[in-house]
Design a protein around this ligand. Structure first.
Ligand SMILES: Nc1ncnc2c1ncn2[C@@H]1O[C@H](COP(=O)(O)OP(=O)(O)O)[C@@H](O)[C@H]1O
Ligand SMILES: N[C@@H](CC(=O)OP(=O)(O)O)C(=O)O
Length: 648
């Protein structure tokens, strides 16, 4: 996240008063230089370990930069006195067909809460269809017209199935009006060959408008006091770099108060995904953002519960599509849920946690196709402990993965003790708003590596290059910073050339790893400079950093409250990876110990995931053999058992 890069880039200006510190630690105030950097996710893990000074390099100090929930503060105006609201969110799969929309209406009516707010996504695949319209119009592909007709046909057919009489007529009239406006807008995009961001957001948000209107009409037909809400009138957000938005809670609260005073009702059917800027320009909460919409509305109403309805029984210990033995997690803490979703468990949008956690509102993940399944409850850990009758803090709860990453590694003994290197690196990353997913810096200070989405690696590499070039041109760097900067600038330039990412016409960089292995993925790395005798060059022996870009990587995260403080967990994890013959390229573990993250080759990722999952969970086969009951067990015992099971 860009803000983390910014924090590191501005490290020397951080004082203890600006940071919330872990107990018993004080921030080293003079020239701050990261001694150990680890960032394995961006929630409550904005950790730095800094040396107190050269005299006591073994003393580490941890600083947590930001409390991400701190901007969620409301004026306590809502909910209206004495009203208790429950919030439901139905994803695209849940409202994907006429029958499913009817099922959703029944679920809402069965909830006996006094007041209900329901967030709905677009019917499944509709948002993709809307983005495709933009793409086609921009590329001057006239088939956008027939694609728009298909969108009209889909919603018109659904409306005919679930509505009748005046409701049907009123919906169809709005739908046709919207479609004719969209046709005009797409024509403009077609002529211009370009769509601005707000044009795009306006177009793609229509799926939510239509599904919310249809569902509200179905519920109203049942005699319920129900209104539909266009959340662009209520949820106000500011862009926050790296394809993210930050809600303005106070402004949104005021707008909701106004909306509700004009439309008092018992059931609100509201659009997910869409919002407005403070200037009332349509925007979105970005892809998959409807969960976030539900959480924002949950916080605004101080709801008693937010239920996210989806197509699986709850949060599994791993993506059930990748690990058939994954088990449902009965409870998760907010932090665990964040970590799981941040690292790819797309059953929940990671940012969903922030607003509800602030007010301690529990989230339930339920299956719309299996109402008897209790689902997963996400709440504060103390509640989990009581409910499960056991202390879950010491266990690995689940695993998640992110693919299509590149690892950028800056390495050299010359970096040790050079102030400003990390700051310069992450300053460059911040400049391009890239999303740094994981950072690891060895305590020996001679290497920093970080993972970014592969689609952002070009921008990051170019930014690194220009950042160090700039520093050189300014002549502001002193030795050995100057040496470091020169080498980094040269390395990045060479690497970019090797990747074919720069306007360079020479022959292929002889020191690169090779060309993309299919699909145009970047494959290159600047090897240490060696002379013909095979000895290292003066540059290398002086310890000046090497820069490497390692493409086709995946992150595998093991998540669990305080698991890292349990002896043996890391050992078991790495043992499982070693037994599966997985090469680990980088490791990160935040000080708050909610996860351990490893970077592996993309093609090894599923194998690695299954290996670690089976190490921490007993397989269903084992359970059915009656050897031991279901659930998690301690790593050492598990190792022994597993060996026995394998032996049997
Ligand atoms: N750990 C996990 N637990 C549950 N589901 C997961 C997990 N990891 C990935 N998923 C996937 O997330 C999917 C639900 O997310 P999504 O398709 O975005 O739902 P919706 O359209 O309802 O918002 C599930 O079908 C499941 O395959
Ligand atoms: N429809 C939007 C928002 C969303 O969250 O959808 P879903 O709940 O189906 O993932 C999208 O596809 O990005």
């Amino acid at each position: 996240m860009a803000s983390f890069s910014a924090a590191i880039a501005n490290l020397s200006s951080i004082s203890p008063t600006q940071t919330s510190l872990y107990p018993r630690h004080r921030l080293f105030q003079s020239q701050c230089r990261p001694f150990f950097l680890s960032r394995s996710s961006h929630f409550l893990l904005k950790d730095l370990t800094l040396p107190r000074g050269r005299k006591t390099p073994d003393t580490v100090i941890c600083a947590s930069f930001t409390d991400v929930t701190s901007n969620v503060s409301l004026e306590e105006k809502l909910p209206p006195k004495g009203e208790t609201w429950s919030v439901h969110k139905f994803g695209g799969t849940c409202v994907g067909t006429s029958q499913r929309i009817k099922n959703v209406a029944e679920i809402i009516l069965k909830d006996d809460s006094e007041r209900k707010l329901v967030i709905v996504s677009a019917m499944s695949k509709v948002t993709d269809m809307m983005y495709a319209l933009i793409h086609k119009a921009q590329s001057r592909d006239e088939s956008y017209i027939s694609s728009l007709d298909a969108v009209l046909e889909k919603h018109s057919a659904t409306a005919h199935d679930i509505l009748e009489g005046d409701s049907l007529a009123s919906f169809l009239s709005k739908l046709h009006n919207d479609i004719s406006n969209l046709k005009a807008m797409l024509r403009a995009i077609y002529i211009a060959g370009h769509a601005t961001e707000s044009f795009t957001d306006f177009v793609v948000g229509h799926g939510e408008l239509w599904s919310a209107q249809m569902l509200s009409l179905v519920i109203r037909k049942k005699g319920v006091d129900c209104k539909w809400m266009d959340t662009r009138d209520v949820i106000i957000v500011n862009p926050s770099g790296s394809n993210q938005v930050d809600p303005d809670y106070l402004e949104s609260e005021q707008r909701l108060e106004k909306w509700y005073s004009l439309h008092p009702c018992k059931v609100i059917i509201a659009t997910g995904f869409i919002a407005s800027t403070p200037q009332n320009i349509p925007t979105t909460l970005k892809r998959d953002g409807s969960d976030f919409s539900a959480a924002i509305m949950g916080a605004l109403f101080r709801a008693c519960q937010v239920t996210i309805w989806t197509d699986v029984d709850g949060v599994y210990s791993a993506d059930p599509r990748k690990v058939s033995e994954a088990v449902i997690l009965k409870t998760l803490s907010y932090q665990e849920a964040w970590e799981m979703s941040y690292f790819g468990a797309n059953v929940l949008h990671p940012r969903t946690i922030i607003p509800v956690m602030r007010y301690g509102i529990p989230i339930m993940i339920r299956n719309i196709f299996n109402l008897s399944a209790p689902g997963t409850k996400i709440c504060h850990p103390s509640v989990n402990d009581n409910e499960d009758g056991q202390n879950l803090q010491n266990y690995v709860k689940g695993f998640a993965t992110i693919d299509n990453l590149a690892l950028i590694n800056v390495e050299g003994t010359g970096m040790a003790g050079v102030p400003g290197t990390a700051s310069a690196i992450f300053g460059a990353v911040k400049d391009v708003g890239a999303n740094v997913i994981m950072i690891s810096q060895a305590s020996s200070e001679h290497s920093v590596c970080f993972a970014v989405p592969e689609k952002e690696v070009k921008a990051v590499a170019e930014a690194l290059q220009s950042r160090f070039r700039q520093a050189l041109d300014n002549g502001r760097l002193s030795q050995p910073s100057l040496m470091t900067a020169m080498k980094i600038a040269r390395d990045v330039e060479e690497t970019l050339r090797g990747l074919g990412l720069m306007g360079w016409t020479g022959t292929k960089n002889p020191s690169s790893w090779g060309r993309p292995s299919g699909g145009g993925a970047v494959v290159a790395r600047t090897e240490p400079q060696r002379n013909t005798s095979g000895r290292t060059s003066p540059a290398e022996s002086s310890g000046i950093p090497q820069v490497a870009i390692i493409p086709n990587c995946s992150i595998l995260a093991a998540v669990g409250q305080k698991m890292a403080s349990t002896p043996g967990v890391s050992a078991s994890l790495f043992n499982a990876l070693a037994k599966a013959n997985i090469n680990v390229r980088a490791i990160a573990q935040g000080c708050s110990e909610y996860n351990i993250t490893v970077v592996v080759k993309r093609e090894d990722c599923i194998k690695a995931l299954r290996a670690v999952h089976s190490r921490f969970y007993l397989s269903r086969t084992t359970i059915s053999m009656g050897i031991i009951g279901p659930g998690l067990i301690g790593s050492t015992l598990l190792d022994q058992l597993r060996d026995q099971v394998q032996f049997l």
